[in-house]
Design a protein around this ligand. Structure first.
Ligand code: HEC
Length: 369
């Protein structure tokens, strides 16, 4: 496939993913267990970072102002819904290449005709709610299935420079997963309960440079006082953030002297240093087509701690179990009608801190024995 942003050998820092797929079924459901190695864990998706890092592969994309950075680990499958054909051939012959690539269109995931079901498990945007995204690729491009979207861009506008619209409101982000268990979503990464992001970020930067940088260093990277740009800073809702800064005696001349408006500006800038979540999540209405694909994994939102999720995957491997009805009543889904057909061609893709680029296999066959 298209490898990773930094080349094929960059997947899991050069380790073999050793992807294995196992499947089972009963009268109503198909179950697929995917296991693969990925030593790093990436669970952000287009975090908003103010004056973000330079990306050497994107020299035309300057890093000033709001930028969208970071990405997520993902696992995706593609099944044919209705005879999909691209320039490379039809789905039965070339698998998901009929939809994803070589279609002759510049747009990816766009077959010339027909449609393809895309199941997309993302650690940033679907896994925390216990689902995989259910999507359809057709000549209209890649679109979400009907019903509530699990994740929506947390944006003030329509571009990757628009900046965040929302921040965490400080209330417990407890969700009931489809299997009935409860998860507490870490606000450093996940935005579920939200309120409008306050403050003027460029004012915040100006104030930071004149009042804070001497002690906390450029971009909050730390100097005589500690670094304040870690992603974990988002664990503090605005009030708690204010309180924490009120409590530092050394800072009373600098922080304490600001107006509440200026304090809001500063916090907007601090959010831009640690990176505000790029999406907010919505628990889908049970029974809607967007909620068809239930997923559980060995990485649950309750296990998240900073050290675990910004560096290594202590499990070393991902284990993701997907469950879907053999037959849904939705026109935007593949139907596994075992009386009509026992063999289903599919494609499978893995993404490591990436979205566009992936490794995997364009054509495999699922056989119901
Ligand atoms: C005179 C030095 C100094 C200046 C100036 C200063 N700070 Fe601090 N700040 C500290 C010290 C000391 C701490 C305590 C922890 C540490 O050593 O990092 C701290 C802690 C913090 C924390 C962490 C609070 C927590 O408990 O999570 C934040 C956030 C912070 N400062 C923001 C600011 C901002 C914003 C400004 C500018 C308005 C500022 N600081 C100016 C010295 C300073």
């Amino acid at each position: 496939m298209t490898n990773t942003f930094s080349g094929l050998t960059n997947f899991s820092k050069g380790g073999d993913s050793k992807l294995t797929l196992k499947a089972g079924y009963d009268a109503n459901y198909l179950y697929i267990l995917a296991e693969w190695y990925d030593s790093t864990v990436n669970l952000s998706q287009h975090s908003w970072i103010y004056n973000g890092y330079n990306v050497p592969l994107k020299p035309s994309d300057p890093n000033n102002g709001w930028t969208s950075q970071r990405n997520s680990d993902k696992f995706a499958m593609a099944f044919e819904i209705a005879s999909a054909i691209g320039t490379k051939g039809n789905f039965a012959t070339v698998g998901c290449e009929a939809s994803c690539h070589g279609s002759g269109n510049t747009a990816t995931m766009t077959p010339n005709s027909g449609s393809v079901d895309i199941w997309n498990w993302s650690l940033a945007t679907s896994a925390p709610l216990g689902y995989a995204h259910d999507m359809t690729a057709s000549s209209a491009g890649l679109v979400y299935d009907a019903g509530d979207k699990l994740a929506t861009r947390n944006s003030n506008g329509s571009t990757d420079r628009s900046g965040p619209a929302y921040e965490w409101d400080g209330t417990s982000q407890s969700v009931t997963l489809p299997n009935g268990s409860t998860a507490l979503l870490d606000p450093s990464y996940y935005l579920l309960n939200k309120t409008t992001m306050k403050g003027n970020v460029s004012n915040g930067l100006t104030i930071y440079e004149s009042r804070c940088e001497t002690c906390h260093g450029p971009n909050g990277s730390g100097a005589e006082a500690g670094a304040i740009n870690a992603i974990g800073q988002n664990k503090k809702a605005r009030k708690a953030y204010f309180d924490a800064m009120d409590n530092v005696a050394d800072m009373s001349d600098y922080w304490g002297a600001l107006s509440s408006e200026e304090k809001d500006d500063i916090v907007a800038y601090l959010r831009g240093l640690s990176g505000s979540p790029g999406h907010y999540l919505t628990v889908p209405t049970a029974g809607s087509s967007s909620a068809d694909i239930v997923a559980i994994s060995n990485v649950t939102p309750t296990q998240i701690s900073n050290s675990l999720f910004t560096s290594t995957n202590h499990h070393q491997k991902y284990q993701v179990l997907i469950k879907r009805k053999l037959k849904t009543t939705n026109p935007d889904d593949v139907q596994f009608d075992l009386n009509a057909n026992k063999n289903y061609v599919f494609g499978v893709a893995l993404m490591d801190n990436d979205g566009k680029n992936h490794i995997g296999s364009v054509k495999e066959t699922l056989t119901f024995k």
